[in-house]
Design a protein around this ligand. Structure first.
Ligand code: 5AD
Ligand code: SF4
Length: 423
């Protein structure tokens, strides 16, 4: 989401005559787009700002700004702590050209009002070249999970119009993009004059049958049958769903205000698997939510064994001031949280390894990303189910579709030989 927002910020600034540079010593303006979801993400920004402050000492005219959720949460205190010039939250990026201009003449500027309507519908994001593009289709979140700061830093849910999203996708296809990811904190809340997210997904898939379409994130409570049917009906809607569970214990889920039970979640997974054969599922899991017992942690492990996710993003609970869970205290000792997290990570690695191993011998449809990270003799790409596949380099370019026979697998990567081409 922050990468997509950064492209929007670059789009706004580019229109006012600014252009990006990769070299920080060449920059006249440095803007950090930030995340508040866990303490660790914020600490990294504080450290980064300390480094930048040293650079500012050598170049006093440098304009430095903080954008995103930390700007929204910490507001003017960021100016006091780091002496930055600009602090702008997620809904006020249109003010950036004026605030940056003001900063050049020495004024500090702040924009942290949240909006019920801002979707940056008319802003053309400044995208780097490639085959994959993000499109943010809804902003904000009304779910108020008790651990989560996002509803406070990103404000209420609002959606872009279906016609503007489809027009943007048409444009991206013309420019050569081959894969689109529709983004939102909870895409299932998407609504535009009676069109829901399933309608939007179908409309985007219909733009070009050769375009791969992905989306994230879905809240398990409102992933509709209609959405499952849309994915099953369109070959180019990728068979991959990120479905954060957070915990395997109904008691903890209730304390988290997730509004579903373990049983509801497992029934949803069965329904998805029966209607979309071969679908890949990934999840988010939090270890050590306040009051989580050892038995409840084991329920998370047993849910993971039952679902057998293809992948997972796993975190230690991080208390966020202002959230309802903050008032529960942070009663699980650090070493217990860490041990539970490492059990969760080891189990997931074992499961991912087994799931990938079961694909050895299969021939998979792979979209080429480019040279592999490790060797120029190899290229890498991704399957429809979002698995990374490494194969011998050939005359393929990013965006090409090749058929790869899988010969070997680890928990993170499939390795194989190209046996045919689809493009
Ligand atoms: N502590 C730990 N993890 C969190 N997440 C959100 N808030 C917190 C928190 N306070 C995780 C959730 C969410 C993902 C984006 O970040 O798992 O799905
Ligand atoms: Fe946070 Fe819950 Fe909204 Fe996700 S659904 S952004 S975890 S409040």
């Amino acid at each position: 989401m922050n990468l997509a927002d950064t492209e929007i910020v670059l789009g706004i600034l580019n229109k006012s005559g600014y252009s990006p540079t990769q070299a920080i010593d060449e920059a006249d303006v440095v803007l950090l787009n930030t995340c508040s979801v866990r303490e660790h993400a914020e600490e990294k920004i504080h450290q980064r700002l300390n480094v930048i402050r040293k650079q500012m000492a050598e170049k006093p005219e440098l304009v430095v700004g903080v954008l995103g959720c930390m700007a929204e949460r910490l507001r003017s205190s960021l100016m006091q702590r780091h002496n930055v010039d600009i602090v702008v939250g997620p809904d006020e990026y249109r003010k950036l050209p004026d605030l940056v201009d003001g900063a050049f003449t020495g004024s500090q500027g702040i924009g942290v009002r949240l909006s019920r309507t801002e979707t940056y519908d008319d802003v053309t994001p400044f995208r780097s070249e490639g085959i994959s593009a993000w499109i943010s289709v809804m902003r904000g979140c009304d779910k108020f999970c008790t651990f989560c700061i996002v509803p406070f830093t990103r404000g209420r849910e609002r959606s872009r119009t279906l016609t503007s999203v489809v027009a943007e996708v048409e444009q991206l296809v013309k420019q050569g993009f081959r894969e689109i990811t529709l983004l939102g904190q909870n895409v299932n809340s998407y609504i535009d004059s009676g069109h829901d997210f399933a309608d939007l997904l179908s409309a985007v898939a219909d733009v070009d049958p050769g375009l791969r379409v992905r989306f994230t994130t879905s809240h398990p409570q409102d992933l509709s049958d209609k959405l499952i049917d849309s994915i099953a009906a369109h070959d180019n809607l990728c068979n991959y769903i990120h479905l954060p569970v957070q915990s395997g214990s109904t008691r903890v889920l209730e304390a988290m205000n997730r509004t579903y039970t373990r049983e509801h979640y497992l029934a949803l997974v069965s329904k998805i698997r029966s209607r979309i054969p071969g679908v890949a599922l990934s999840t988010d899991i939090i270890s050590g939510f306040p009051t989580e017992s050892e038995g409840e942690h084991k329920e998370t492990l047993s849910l993971m064994e039952e679902v057998r996710y293809d992948g997972a993003y796993m975190f230690k609970y991080s208390p966020r001031e202002g959230t309802p869970a903050y008032r529960l205290g942070d009663d699980i000792p650090e070493e217990v949280k860490a041990r539970r997290l490492s059990e969760i990570i080891s189990l997931q690695q074992k499961i991912s390894g087994e799931v990938n191993e079961s694909l050895v011998g299969n021939t998979m449809n792979v979209m080429v990303d480019g040279p592999s990270k490790k060797s120029e003799l190899q290229m890498s790409g991704r399957t429809d189910t979002n698995k990374t596949v490494v194969f011998q380099a050939g005359q393929y370019k990013p965006g090409d579709l090749v058929l790869v026979k899988v010969e070997r697998a680890t928990s993170a990567t499939l390795f194989g030989q190209v046996v045919g081409s689809l493009s």
